[in-house]
Design a protein around this ligand. Structure first.
Ligand SMILES: Cc1cc2nc3c(=O)[nH]c(=O)nc-3n(C[C@H](O)[C@H](O)[C@H](O)COP(=O)(O)O)c2cc1C
Length: 180
């Protein structure tokens, strides 16, 4: 079935991350993003694609710092509130009943209820189509001990993925294949 190139993202199941940032007045902001990916091992670089009208971009333009909060299916029911367009400097973290936790290397807070965090500083950005691709060096990465066993334990952390609109993916299973 041909569905049109502009709908091709609907074939691709993408991890949901919640990006937290901070304004110059110290008010935190959070929003879900699914157009996101690691870009480089060394230095470790992580990128995501942001509509230039978002408060997330406004804050990153000011201070370059952001936290990638990696979230599980428990965040699914919170997507509606986290993606709501509250006025600038209203914290979605508070509105969603979530808890902030100090980051180690940057000012924007982590969201405590996430299962892993990447603390990033923007090193590059580029307008691509109707979004800005934001690339950040990963300065600190941490995962909750109980969810990590050599690599992430999918059955414990139960990651949340996005397909499109109200459609999400849950319940992936970790398997191993021999590689040459
Ligand atoms: C699951 C999910 C994934 C999303 N992915 C993106 C994305 O990759 N890029 C983007 O610009 N907006 C994305 N959005 C929309 C933003 O989260 C939403 O517009 C939010 O209000 C932006 O908040 P801000 O203005 O506080 O930055 C997504 C929303 C949801 C619920």
């Amino acid at each position: 079935m041909k569905i049109g190139p502009q709908h091709s993202y609907k074939f691709l199941v993408r991890p949901v991350v919640v990006v937290s940032t901070i304004s110059k007045n110290g008010i935190s902001n959070a929003a879900p993003f699914s157009f996101n990916s690691p870009i480089s091992f060394s230095p470790p670089i992580f990128g995501f694609s942001c509509n230039p009208g978002h408060d997330t971009w406004r804050n990153i333009k000011e201070n370059s710092e952001f936290v990638i909060n990696v979230v599980g299916e428990d965040f699914g029911p919170l997507m509606g509130i986290l993606e709501k367009d509250f006025p600038y400097e209203v914290s979605e973290i508070e509105k969603a009943g979530l808890t902030t936790q100090k980051s180690t290397k940057i000012r924007p807070p982590r969201i405590k209820e996430a299962y892993a965090w990447l603390e990033c500083r923007m090193i590059d950005h580029r307008e691509l189509g109707d979004h800005v691709w934001i690339a950040g060096e990963v300065l600190e990465a941490e995962v909750k001990d109980e969810f990590f066993d050599d690599v992430i334990d999918l059955e414990k952390c139960r990651p949340l993925s996005h397909i499109s609109g109200k459609f999400f993916g849950i319940n992936p299973v970790r398997v191993e294949y021999e590689r040459a």
